[in-house]
Every structure is written in structure tokens, then in C-alpha cells.
Design a protein around this ligand. Structure first.
Ligand SMILES: Cc1cc2nc3c(=O)[nH]c(=O)nc-3n(C[C@H](O)[C@H](O)[C@H](O)COP(=O)(O)O)c2cc1C
Length: 406
């Protein structure tokens, strides 16, 4: 998730640093956009260092070039890539530009160009705040759906006392999180998630693998992190970037995955095993590359059953969710696995369908628990991830397996 943070020219510009940090704590990428006046108060370098992203400091670069060479029409590229625009502090001047559709700098142009929701946190001198012009501009913006985080009253930087002091960063961030639909209901949980395939060596250059892309497990990790959980993601080799704020443990073989998972399991209150772990490995991998010289046979042996081991050793308050990738009789096979491995829930997906499952961004699953069968219709893997987390949380509440508050 990405938020553009517009910073305008007021004393409270320094408070935007705290806003960057708080947003990042929720796994949100922050693209800072500074007005020219804001740069009189604080340098772009500060925001670049805090956000880890290039700061947008204007529409124009050196003669005839865009400000940022990543994209020729950057205000449109940013406008389309963000999930929300937050302006904090928002000056009377920028507020007026927004209200009247003026677009003479990057921030005001971005406001016009983005379809994303907009939240503003105005701050100014009490007279400026109470002025009819400011109040009528605010009315226009409110009517247009812009959410205003009202300023508080108190001692203002200009020496006056009254309304106009920017709301606290925590309150501003809470407003934007609500706008983005981010709930923090996993804030006391530690969620251990496995993802991706494993690779079992045949010789130094070949391996037995499978078609898992890891997308489902990574979507779960991102969703759990956003809902406030501490997330440990044990991942086989995949071409995905770990979601911000998630602790990533990379493994390759089923045995490495077993050892990483078993060593971290005790910390977890929810374990979701979404990895496609190899069921078999080559009994004795060749030390040198096997030459192409007619048919060969490989002797395979079963790998350790990680889910079984987790189930046997789990703490009473832990919720354990498994996955079953099936190609036939999906629900019956999944239900049997739920019982056999004594899981709290199993997520069944039919990987024989080409439009969903492996490597797809979409999925359709059935979540089975001891007394429920939840059909989750086809949707993006991030939406499916939310439903799986909802089910895990419901199980925690129902079974009284609530984690102690951190
Ligand atoms: C020291 C100082 C503090 C200021 N604080 C504010 C403020 O809190 N709110 C505001 O609306 N304008 C404030 N201004 C005026 C703005 O900086 C000015 O209107 C500017 O044009 C805003 O540009 P911007 O909206 O593009 O950032 C301040 C100006 C100065 C010199």
C-alpha cells in the first residue's frame, strides 16, 4: 500500500517526519511531495532518508526536463499508483488551490489527477483558520469527499491561542488507516507463515521443485502485517519482494523449511502453512552433475511432515491453519487432512483450474474448520488472505485461544 504525503509550508512541517514513521510502521510506503514553501522549513533530504524514497520537490527539473526522470509525466504516474493522498500540514494556500482546482505545483496537480481518497490536516494561525475564505474552501472540499482532520486549539507558533494547531500525528495516521480500511485486530498476535515451493537437490545443478509462486503466502504476510501482527515469513525460493515490516527467513529445501519453522513456532500465536513443501526428496543427491547418458532412475524418500510436527508440539493457544492444494476431490481430501493432522482450519484450493491457484494473482478457496465450511468466491489473493485471517481470528476468539496482550 502506498500513500503520497503532501507537506506544505508551515511550522508544523517537521511533524510530517513522525507521520512518515508511523505510516511505515503499518507497512505503508510513503511518497513525500513537498511544496516549495515546505522546503523553506525542512529539507527534502530529511524526508528522503526517513521514507527511503526519492522526494518529489516540484513539477520541473533542470531546463526542459521533468523533475524526476523515472517518469516523464510523473504527477500522473504518482496519481495512479497511490492508495491515498494525505496532506499534513495543509496550509490555507494549498487548501485554496485544492478547492478551486488550481494546479500550479506538483501537490495541487496531484490532487486534481488522483482518483485516490484525500485526507488533509490543516494548520494555520487562528485568524487565517476562521477567515470566511478558508471556511468556505473547507466546505467545498468536504462536500467533494475530502476528509478533514480538524485542527486542535491551543498555543500556536504565531504566539496566539486558538484553533489552528495541526492534529497530532497519531490521530492523522489513524484517520488515514481507517480511510484505507486498515484494521489493527491482529495487533497482539505473532503470525508465522510459510510460503513458496521447496527445492530438493538431484545433483549440484538440478532440483525437484513445484509450481508454487508464493503469492498466496506473501499476500497473507502483507495482510497480517497491515492488521498489526508481528509476522515471520519462512519462504522457499520465489521471485517476490518481502512485504515491508515482515521478518523474512529464506530457505530452499523441505528440511531447511522444517528447521526454520520448528525453531520459530513457539513464538507464534497463529501459524499458517501456505508453502508447497516437497513430499519427496532424492535419497542421495549426486555429488557431480549427472551426465546425459540414457535413462536414469531416482530413488525418492518422504520428507518430514512439518504440519504434523507443528500439530503435535503446538501450544494450547496456538491456531494452526494448513493448506491443501488438490487436483481432485478437493473438499473431501482437505477435510480428511484437517482431521488427520488435527488442524484448526484448512484452506483448500483446486490447483487443477488454470485461472486460479499456482502463479495466478487470483484464487478461490474453501476454508474448512471443525464446524464450518466457508466458500470464498474467486477474488484477488490479497482479498482471499483477509478472509483466511478473519477465519483464524474467529477461531482464536471461539476457542478462547487469545494471546496475552503484548
Ligand atoms: C514562519 C512561517 C510560518 C507559516 N506557517 C503557516 C501555517 O502554519 N499555515 C499556513 O497556512 N501558512 C503558513 N505560512 C504561510 C505559508 O508558508 C504561505 O502561505 C505559503 O505560500 C504556503 O505555500 P504552500 O501551500 O505551497 O506550502 C507560514 C509562513 C511563514 C513565513
Amino acid at each position: 500500500m502506498k500513500v503520497a504525503l503532501g507537506v506544505c509550508g508551515g511550522i508544523a512541517a517537521y511533524k510530517a517526519c513522525e507521520i512518515v514513521r508511523l505510516l511505515q510502521e503499518h507497512g505503508i510506503r510513503v511518497q513525500v511531495v513537498m511544496t516549495a514553501a515546505a522546503q523553506e522549513f525542512i529539507r527534502p533530504l530529511t524526508f528522503a532518508a526517513l521514507s527511503g524514497e526519492k522526494v518529489i520537490a516540484g513539477l520541473w527539473g533542470p531546463a526542459g526536463e521533468p523533475a524526476n526522470l523515472d517518469s516523464a509525466i510523473e504527477h500522473i504516474a504518482v496519481a495512479q499508483s497511490i492508495d491515498a493522498l494525505l496532506v499534513a500540514p495543509c496550509t490555507a494556500d494549498t487548501l485554496a488551490k485544492f478547492a478551486h482546482g488550481q494546479a500550479d505545483d506538483f501537490l495541487s496537480t496531484l490532487y486534481l489527477a488522483t482518483p485516490a481518497p484525500v485526507v488533509i490536516a490543516p494548520t494555520m494561525n487562528v485568524q487565517m483558520w476562521q477567515h470566511e475564505a478558508t471556511q468556505s474552501n473547507l466546505d467545498i472540499l468536504r462536500k467533494r469527499g475530502v476528509q478533514v482532520v480538524e485542527p486542535g486549539s491551543g498555543y500556536l507558533a504565531c504566539g496566539m491561542v486558538g484553533a489552528g494547531r495541526m492534529a497530532e500525528p497519531e490521530q492523522i495516521v489513524a484517520t488515514i488507516l481507517a480511510k484505507l480500511g486498515i484494521v489493527r485486530d491482529l495487533a497482539v498476535e505473532t503470525v508465522l507463515i510459510t510460503a513458496g515451493p521447496t527445492r530438493e537437490p538431484v545433483d549440484p545443478v538440478r532440483f525437484l521443485g513445484n509450481r508454487s509462486s508464493g503469492k498466496m503466502g506473501y499476500a497473507l504476510a502483507e495482510a497480517a502485517q497491515r492488521r498489526g501482527a508481528r509476522v515471520v515469513l519462512v519462504s522457499g525460493p520465489v521471485a517476490l519482494e518481502a512485504p515491508a515490516g515482515v521478518e523474512l527467513v529464506r530457505v530452499e529445501t523441505a528440511e531447511q523449511m522444517r528447521s526454520a519453522v520448528v525453531s520459530r513456532a513457539a513464538e507464534a500465536s497463529i501459524i499458517i502453512a501456505a508453502a508447497a513443501v516437497a513430499d519427496f526428496r532424492v535419497r542421495k543427491a549426486a555429488e557431480q552433475k549427472i551426465k546425459r547418458n540414457g535413462a536414469i532412475s531416482l530413488e525418492l524418500e518422504p520428507t518430514a511432515d512439518i504440519l504434523q510436527e507443528l500439530s503435535e508440539n503446538r501450544r494450547p493457544e496456538q491456531v494452526l491453519v494448513g493448506f491443501a492444494a488438490e487436483t481432485e476431490d478437493a473438499v473431501e481430501n482437505g477435510r480428511a487432512k484437517l482431521k488427520r493432522k488435527n488442524l484448526d482450519a484448512i484452506v483448500i484450493n483446486d490447483v487443477s483450474r488454470p485461472d486460479i491457484g499456482f502463479d495466478s494473482d487470483r484464487n478461490e478457496v474453501t476454508i474448512i474448520t471443525a464446524d464450518e465450511k466457508i466458500e470464498v468466491p474467486e477474488d484477488s489473493k490479497s482479498k482471499i488472505a483477509q478472509r483466511i485471517l478473519d477465519a483464524a481470528l474467529t477461531l482464536k476468539t471461539k476457542t478462547g485461544r487469545l494471546a496475552p496482550a503484548k
